[in-house]
Design a protein around this ligand. Structure first.
Ligand code: DWN
Length: 409
């Protein structure tokens, strides 16, 4: 089930401007089982629009969250050592910065498999995870992270608050862009946060997405693509203030936002707001230029892979990532070009990539089958993966990165 927006998701302006269409594509995390590949797959338009009023970049269609995140959601954060390290550093920093202790309370929205909250639990700090995906929520409980398997909402925040639960810290990583009810979600943060509390929110940064042409991070789970300009407006609509921001390299470039109930805006925020105005993120032309670069990448990547294939090369891919689904479906990279995809996430083994039905195998398959080239679908973890695959590379195997420019590494 899908709905098309009639107004901007943040400011309700009716004048959103379409800037990029990636076609009608299957759900990026909808990895198929063997007995599903002959049945028709749900496909939805994947089209991006810009709001000239508040600068929010957003999908024009909303796919039902139940269809995206509940049953069988295959994404487990703990399969990435780099993400675990990144999250641990964030948690330890917050414990120190906010003087958290056994009298504190930390809530994570979209807590997945407990990858982050476990660090607070280890320090004796009471936590609560909230995540609608059954598998990851069960995995979190299994390592001692109390988790409510449900979607976060304004109503849930009110219910928790009425039970006397209020947070010193709310963490929300890679979820704000995913929610259909953006205002309800932010309103819920305001309700659940203590007056002296802080919400620490990570989200992919639109400026990195455009500058590095990371168009494959566009998929139906990601309804919004945030600039600081749009975020600042969103939080102020709910009596919250974007007081500080850090730029991070994770996931191809992200923001870590520090949001509080009392205004105390850091120069880091005002600088990014000024830079966004000066560099064009508040104008539609910035995104129209991005769209033409995306089309160029599709042409160049198809040419590179077809050329290698015609010379007899065998090609595989690494990372059954959601972004990988967008890439192979928008660029139409099928089993005629890519023999298989490997991934460390055991929940993904034996499944097939959405739309192109490329089989997903364990990473050992690279040494077993020795493809000549591997398209790096999880390019955001390139350093870690290339290091991990040293043996394959020493045998002459070569990785290909698709963005920001398709090239053999
Ligand atoms: O917003 C989201 C982003 C943050 O994470 C979620 N909607 C879902 C997910 O998107 P993704 O699947 O594109 O994210 P990843 O984490 O870039 O996917 C990496 C894939 O690569 C995972 O399936 C795990 C796998 N992997 C691996 O096989 N070996 C990852 C590493 C680091 C490795 O060494």
């Amino acid at each position: 089930m899908q709905e098309k927006i009639s107004a901007c998701r943040i400011c309700q302006s009716p004048g959103v401007v379409p800037v990029l269409s990636l076609g009608v594509t299957p759900l990026a995390d909808g990895l198929l089982k063997e007995d599903q590949i002959s049945a028709p797959e749900p496909r939805f338009p994947l089209s991006v629009a810009f709001c000239p009023e508040c600068s929010l970049v957003q999908l024009q269609e909303t796919v039902s969250p139940d269809q995206l995140f509940c049953q069988d959601y295959p994404y487990y954060s703990s399969f990435s050592p780099a993400l675990l390290k990144h999250s641990r550093e964030n948690a330890l920093n917050l414990i120190r910065l906010r003087n958290l202790n056994s009298g504190s309370f930390v809530i994570e929205l979209a807590s997945n498999d407990g990858y982050l909250l476990k660090n607070f639990v280890e320090h004796g700090i009471p936590v609560l995870g909230i995540d609608p995906a059954e598998g990851p929520a069960r995995a979190a409980e299994a390592i001692g992270v109390p988790t409510q398997c449900t979607f976060f909402s304004s109503q849930l925040a009110q219910d928790l608050r009425s039970e006397g639960k209020a947070a010193d810290v709310i963490v929300a990583n890679n979820v704000l862009a995913h929610v259909a009810d953006t205002h309800g979600f932010v309103d819920g943060i305001h309700t659940l946060l203590k007056d002296t509390g802080v919400a620490v929110i990570e989200a992919p940064y639109l400026k990195d997405l455009v500058q590095h042409c990371e168009f494959d991070t566009i998929y139906h789970e990601h309804l919004c693509y945030f600039s600081v300009t749009a975020l600042d407006r969103l939080f102020r609509m709910h009596g919250l203030f974007l007081n500080d921001v850090e730029r991070l390299s994770i996931h191809g470039g992200s923001l870590r936002l520090y949001v509080e109930k009392i205004e105390n805006v850091s120069p880091r925020v005002t600088t990014l707001l000024r830079e966004e105005r000066e560099e064009g993120l508040t104008h539609v032309r910035y995104y129209q230029d991005f769209a033409s670069r995306v089309e160029r990448i599709r042409t160049e990547l198809r040419m590179l892979l077809n050329d290698l294939k015609q010379k007899g090369a065998r090609i595989a891919a690494y990372g059954a990532a959601a972004k990988g689904s967008t890439l192979i479906n928008y660029c139409d990279l099928g089993t005629d070009l890519i023999d298989f995809v490997v991934d460390r996430n055991t929940h993904k083994h034996g499944r097939y990539m959405p739309g192109q039905h490329i089989p997903i195998l364990a990473t050992e398959a690279l040494l077993d089958k020795k493809p000549d080239y591997v398209l790096l679908l999880a390019w955001n973890f390139a350093d870690e993966i290339l290091e991990q695959q040293k043996a394959y590379r020493q045998l002459g195997g070569r990785f290909i990165t698709p963005v920001p420019q398709p090239r053999v590494m």
